[in-house]
Design a protein around this ligand. Structure first.
Ligand code: NAD
Length: 471
């Protein structure tokens, strides 16, 4: 059993004022594997005060000092790779393909922030003005459970690069991963108070951070519902926000697509991170003229996806993170059936050969129209919809007929045409015939998928305010 009894405030591991114990589970067995003692609002206040006290000195540090600090953070996080790998399997249920990335990405994202900081111009000239980028102050960084260490390290590295100090409120469900990252960051020997980590509930610690007059910036990744609550709270103090929220991303397969290339990419885009990915391509748009052909190939491909024990190297899809998430996925599969969608693969219940864990059957619906709940709402599990379209214009209209706008994938034989279609999709990121990630490019959503951008110079600027000086 793991027992996590302390939070991290002002450069020290301290016993929190909060006394609530929260159970941690292994989602592959549905058994309790530990407990975390949660921070409360008082701890949130203390962490904000520590970050506020550290801000004047940190905001005046040179670029070289910040790069050196980020390099120490990188080395310390990279040194805990194996511990992180074990934690993402045990606490999150990530299968081999995903867990390897989840254990290496936290250090990698710090390297990416170092490169962005090296190239960052803190002072530029605009006409007669000198424009000085000024750090905002204390940043509240609120992160979800689906990539705990990666989000903590990415947001913190960008905030520190900008000259902000930080209070981090990770998800209470990822406390094992957070503990490893906290120990690593402590070993990086940054000045006390520059970063603080308080694991607690959203409605206590999260609310304290998002309402606090001494927090100048919130960078949040999580659900659209929580994002709206944070935006409302932030309005009171004009707190700046970056919100990375949900998605219902389209995978638009054009009529000239090569089925052998398109199908594996569509399945991979839809099922990444066991379907628990904000960018997952969960609406697969196929031409009516080739519907039967694509239905057959997609059904065959998804039937071959192995959902089960994350420790089995053959597993592609691991368990859902919690019972609540498992129930949610089951509910949507039932809703799809009730709405008249036709199952091509999967369905309710657990996959064959699995037992107590929160395993779900990778599920593919067809005869879906874009007004059904399964086509409009983020399910956050391996449940995909096939939606047929008549022509390119209708395909683009369906792709854009969503509240969300985080990501999209366009697949087609003529890459020029596919790029022209990509230009008409309303999303923060549109991939054409690839699933490659570009860390130098801005990442974020249109519409209800968020506000602002992370990564690269955009990610650092998000923690700053431009000040024009004329003399
Ligand atoms: P969530 O919104 O429930 O929780 C996210 C974080 O917010 C947690 O730390 C939670 O404790 C905290 N929180 C909850 N209520 C709060 C409140 N009132 N005030 C302040 N903080 C509060 O999301 P989740 O279930 O942990 O994560 C899944 C969601 O995250 C999905 O919707 C997914 O699409 C989204 N997500 C988005 C991105 C992106 O980059 N756009 C990436 C990953 C996940």
């Amino acid at each position: 059993m793991h027992h996590i009894e302390q939070v991290y405030i002002n450069g020290e591991f301290v016993t929190p004022h909060g006394t609530e114990r929260f159970d941690l589970y292994n989602p592959a067995t549905a058994r309790v594997i530990g407990q975390v003692r949660l921070a409360d609002a008082v701890d949130g206040e203390r962490a904000i005060a520590a970050a506020r006290a550290a801000f004047p000195a940190w905001s005046k540090t040179t670029k070289q000092t910040r790069i050196a600090a980020l390099q120490r953070m990188h080395a310390a996080v990279a040194a805990r790779h194996d511990d992180l790998l074990e934690a993402v399997v045990e606490e999150y249920g990530a299968p081999a393909s995903r867990s390897a990335w989840m254990a290496s990405y936290p250090a990698e994202v710090i390297t990416q922030a170092i490169a962005a900081l090296e190239a960052f111009e803190f002072t530029t000239v605009a006409g007669a003005a000198r424009v000085v980028m000024t750090p905002l102050g204390v940043a509240g960084l609120i992160t979800p459970w689906n990539s705990d260490a990666g989000f903590i390290c990415g947001k913190l590295a960008a905030a520190l690069a900008a000259g902000c100090t930080a209070v981090i409120k990770p998800s209470e469900m990822s406390a094992l991963q957070t503990q490893i990252v906290t120990e690593a960051l402590h070993a990086a020997d940054l000045p006390p108070g520059v970063f603080n980590i308080v694991t607690g509930r959203g409605d206590t610690v999260g609310e304290t951070i998002s309402r606090h007059p001494h927090v100048a910036k919130i960078s949040f990744t999580g659900s659209t519902r929580t994002g709206k609550a944070i935006l409302r709270n932030a309005a009171e103090n004009f707190t700046r926000v970056t919100l990375e929220l949900g998605g219902k991303s389209p995978t638009l397969i054009l009529e000239d697509a090569d089925i052998r290339q398109a199908v594996p990419l569509a399945i991979q885009a839809g099922l990444m991170n066991s379907g628990q990915a904000c960018v997952a391509g969960t609406r697969i748009l196929v031409p009516q003229s080739r519907k039967a052909e694509f239905e057959q190939a997609l059904a065959q491909a998804i039937a071959a996806v192995k959902s089960g024990d994350p420790r089995d190297s053959a597993t592609d899809v691991g368990p859902m993170v919690s019972e609540k998430q498992w129930q949610r996925v089951q509910g949507y599969i039932q809703k799809g059936l009730a709405e008249g969608a036709r199952l091509l693969a999967g369905g309710v219940g657990r996959p064959e050969g699995t037992r107590d864990g929160w395993f779900v059957r990778p599920t593919l619906f067809t005869d879906v129209h874009n007004q059904m709940a399964i086509a409009r709402e983020e399910i956050f599990g391996p449940v995909l919809c096939v939606i047929a379209y008549r022509d390119e214009a209708e395909a683009i209209a369906i792709a854009n007929d969503t509240d969300y706008g985080l990501s999209a994938l366009v697949l087609g034989g003529d890459s020029g045409r596919a790029r022209r279609v990509a230009q008409q999709i309303h999303a923060g990121r549109v991939l054409v015939n690839t699933l490659t990630h570009e860390p130098k490019a801005p990442f974020g959503g249109f519409k209800h998928s968020g506000v602002g951008r992370e990564m690269g110079a955009w990610g650092i600027s998000a923690f700053m305010e431009p000040k024009s000086i004329l003399s």
